[in-house]
Write a protein that binds this ligand. Structure first.
Ligand code: PMP
Length: 426
């Protein structure tokens, strides 16, 4: 038995399924999840001392690569000062100012501890602000395990086959209307009927929880128009895309301005952080300024703010995101070529520093049903083959992949060479 297998067996005695977040259990790809003990730069090292090139980056936050010395040093210094005070700090203002500068649609921002908290609070705020109950979301988009949003959800919910989780009262789920991503006509039709009852549209501006689907031309712009026409709040869930698709997130990249934005992942530099922010007029409805309640014992924690702020400062260097996009291009073009040579139909898509691989004949994938038509079995074999070659991809056909600044051209070339070997066996 490997050390990972032993550790997984022990973990299952005390932790449901042996993991603290379902997709880590490798249910979507089979086999035993790897247990890691160390990470440095572009690499993860498992308990059996094997090295992997990492394309998950702790599910997004590690945009600088692992164990970045700037983050480590800043954290050590903050540990010496204090781990948490539960009271205001200058760091929180510095963080908020930075977020407002990088994302111009955000006038005011509140820190929370996860992406789930960010979307949950944004939804509550939109409902409180508009006095309406209904929420529009899109099939295959995942916004965290918020009751109202765990309806036809993507990510682990889709991987584990429970896009509609038991435990959510029907009386709550009935307020969530799920439409098709990239189908603006469907949105317009729905709003003709019930637009005056819709508090908010929430959308991943690049869908990253059903693989990687960029918005069709006009889709995000159309959502903006519909919300303006009907007095609904437009929420961009940029937990994944924020500071990754571009420094200003997907909204900066595509030039569409939401009313509220949910943030997570990169904003915490690897520590548990989320945030939501937006238009002053709406954000002023949040407690203690306004009547919509929201709070957090550890929100704005100084260690978390330190890791996040150090990350945001580092990625603000000119050209940082161009370099990341170039890495994604090199990677996706190489993988596509490897597939072509092996006669395996593969479509690659990307947006900034995130990418998706689809085992499909379709030339581009823009809809949920096309994602579901992809060859999941082939993905499983590809995943397992790549793992044996020392390449750690997301263990699900429904997750986007991420690159970090630590990933070198040699790492990418190694990945492509591995893919050539594996593709030949598919
Ligand atoms: N929104 C999006 C777009 C996400 O990708 C995720 C997590 N993958 C979440 C929200 C939830 O974030 P968290 O897991 O930090 O609660």
């Amino acid at each position: 038995m490997t050390h990972s297998e032993t550790l997984f067996e022990q973990a299952q005695k005390y932790i449901p399924g042996g993991v603290n977040s379902p997709v880590r259990a490798f249910k979507g790809v089979g086999g035993t999840p790897l247990f890691f003990k160390h990470a440095e730069g572009a690499y993860l090292f498992d308990e059996d001392d094997r090295r992997y090139i990492d394309y998950i980056g702790s599910w997004g936050p590690m945009i600088l690569g692992h164990s970045d010395p700037r983050i480590k040093n800043a954290l050590h210094a903050q540990v010496d000062l204090g781990i948490g005070y539960g009271a205001p700090t200058a760091l929180e203002t510095e963080m908020a100012k930075k977020v407002c500068e990088l994302v111009p649609s955000i006038d005011l921002v509140r820190m929370v501890n996860s992406g789930t908290e960010a979307t949950m609070s944004a939804i509550r705020l939109a409902r409180g602000y508009t006095g309406r109950d209904k929420i529009v979301k899109f099939e295959g988009c995942y916004h965290g395990h918020v009751d109202s949003l765990l309806v036809k959800a993507g990510s682990g919910a889709l991987t584990l086959g429970v896009p509609n989780s038991p435990g959510i009262p029907a009386s709550l789920a009935e307020h969530t209307i799920t439409l098709n991503f990239n189908d603006i006509d469907g949105v317009r039709e729905t709003f003709k009927e019930i637009g005056d009852r819709v508090a908010a549209i929430i959308v991943e501006p690049v869908a990253g929880n059903m693989n990687c689907i960029p918005p069709a031309p006009g889709f995000l712009e159309g959502l903006r128009e519909v919300c303006d026409e009907h007095g609904s709040v437009l929420i961009f869930d940029e937990v994944m895309t924020g500071f990754r698709v571009s420094l200003g997130g997907a909204q900066g990249f595509y030039g569409v301005t939401p009313d509220l934005t949910a943030l997570g992942k990169v904003i915490g530099g690897g520590l548990p952080v989320g945030a939501f922010g937006g238009k002053r007029e709406i954000m002023e409805y949040i407690s203690p300024l306004g009547p919509v309640y929201q709070a957090g014992t550890l929100s704005g924690n100084p260690l978390a703010m330190t890791a996040g702020l150090t990350t945001l400062n580092a990625i603000s260097e000119p050209g940082f995101h161009d370099k990341l996009s170039a890495k994604v291009q090199r990677l996706t073009e190489g993988l596509k070529q490897a597939a072509d040579e092996a006669g395996i139909p593969l479509t690659v898509q990307s947006a900034g520093a995130m990418f998706g691989l689809f085992f499909t004949e379709a030339e581009s994938v823009s809809r949920f049903d096309q994602v579901m038509d992809c060859d999941a079995e082939r993905f499983k074999h590809f995943f397992q083959g790549m793992l044996k070659e020392g390449v750690y991809l997301a263990p699900s056909a429904f997750e986007a992949g991420f690159v970090s600044a630590a990933l070198s051209d040699e790492d990418i070339d190694h990945t492509i060479a591995a893919a050539k070997k594996v593709m030949a066996t598919l």
